[in-house]
Write a protein that binds this ligand. Structure first.
Ligand SMILES: *Cc1c(COP(=O)(O)O)cnc(C)c1O
Length: 389
């Protein structure tokens, strides 16, 4: 049976070139980068190289890159670090209703500890208006965190404009760029970003490694306390093979970004076009204009996304409903809810994300399978009689 993976926003396979770079760091070059003999120094050199590779992808200085255990850790570190560092200045944080749970749940935790959080509304296309942000700022605001690209609907936020609002008011600006990295050109200096979260496993690197970009001059307390790793800011013996893989994935992403965006957006557009033309009562959520190149978030009216997912799985196709992180609960997507999608339509929504290994034949197979699956489910749907399918 054909296998088609259309869930690149949940995670990506590790590219072979990345894996090949990683392997020696499990065995031959297994040294601890903190050790002072040759084996350790070699490990330290590999760590420095990876730091430079990640920095290069976003136009940062290598000294501004701190490796973490994942993207979620980078989000948590930012929220708790800034909240702690600036507690004498204020207790108000601004974020949005469409953030990843790594951000939302961190903020909710702070709310239980005396902080106030404003969760900004988004426009029906998923974007945050700079005016909406500016109106929420108070003299107690210490952090503004707005994701770069949404993981469910792929909206690319106007980060430069939003960061400019933060700067005008002298407030730190963080962005969760886990979905944006390698899918949108990022220049942290040009965009005016103070802190930014990244993750390797969304860019064809390994799972279990992320990074926080922290602009030089920013000081927040450690989140993991212990040894002096990561310039004294993040303790724990480094996940060297993972970090080496992240570096290689970042280097490849930089070299391939134009080609990657073209490949993904062409296949994504082809998928959207075929689905909307060939399957009735379907629509796309979120703007098509400023969007993650691989993301198609489509509602199939009158049926359940979960059922579509399971029937597609029988055909070897992997897709998701909402984000991988919320798919284990039956709560309707908070992102689609914030976009104003009615709850019954949220339940009929599937997220497809294409990537570098997707082919046109894969999309054809998915569309043909979808036509069959959707028809089958609609025949079973209670609205069948009334619609006369
Ligand atoms: C995947 C994801 C995360 C979490 O990254 P991990 O490395 O899996 O912890 C955070 N934010 C967004 C937008 C994501 O898509």
């Amino acid at each position: 049976m054909r296998k088609v993976y259309l869930d690149y926003s949940a995670t990506t396979p590790v590219k072979d070139e990345v894996l090949q770079e990683m392997i020696p760091y499990f065995t031959q070059h297994f040294g601890n980068p903190s050790s002072l003999y040759t084996l350790g120094l070699e490990a330290k050199a590999a760590l420095d190289k990876a730091r430079a590779q990640v920095a290069d992808l976003i136009n940062a200085n290598p000294k501004e890159i701190y490796f973490t255990g994942c993207g979620s850790e980078a989000d948590n570190w930012t929220v708790f670090g800034v909240a702690n560092a600036l507690k004498d200045k204020g207790n108000h944080i601004i974020t949005t209703k469409i953030e990843h749970h790594a951000m939302l749940h961190s903020c909710e935790f702070l709310e239980k500890n005396g902080y106030e959080v404003t969760y900004l509304d988004v426009e029906p296309d998923g974007t945050v208006k700079p005016e909406t942000l500016e109106a929420a700022i108070t003299d107690k605001t210490i952090l503004i965190s707005i994701m770069f690209v949404n993981n469910e609907v792929g909206t690319i936020e106007p980060i430069k404009e939003l960061a400019a609002v933060a700067k005008k008011h002298g407030i730190l600006f963080h962005t969760d760029a886990v979905q944006a990295l390698a899918n949108v050109p990022i220049d942290v200096k040009d965009l005016g970003i103070d802190l930014m979260s990244m993750s390797a496993h969304k860019i064809y690197g390994p799972k279990g490694v992320g990074a926080l970009y922290m602009r030089r001059g920013i000081r927040i307390p450690n989140y993991i306390h212990g040894g002096a790793q990561e310039m004294g800011k993040r303790a724990g013996t480094e996940n060297l093979p993972g970090i080496v893989g992240f570096g290689k994935a970042a280097e490849m992403a930089k070299a391939n970004i134009d080609e990657h965006i073209k490949h993904c957006s062409e296949l994504r557009n082809y998928l959207v076009e075929r689905v909307l033309n060939e399957i009735p009562d379907t629509f796309v959520n979120g703007t098509m204009e400023h969007r993650h190149p691989g993301n198609a978030n489509i509602t199939f009216e009158y049926i359940e996304g979960e059922s579509i997912l399971l029937l597609l799985d029988y055909k070897g196709i992997s897709v998701s409903t909402g984000s991988a992180c919320s798919s284990k609960s039956l709560k309707p997507s908070h992102v689609l809810d914030a976009l104003g999608v009615p709850v019954e339509m949220i339940h009929g929504t599937v997220r497809f994300t294409v990537g570098d290994f997707t082919t046109k034949e894969d999309i054809d197979y998915v569309v043909e399978s979808l036509k069959e699956v959707v028809e089958k489910l609609r025949l079973l749907s209670p609205v069948n009689e009334e619609k006369g399918w």
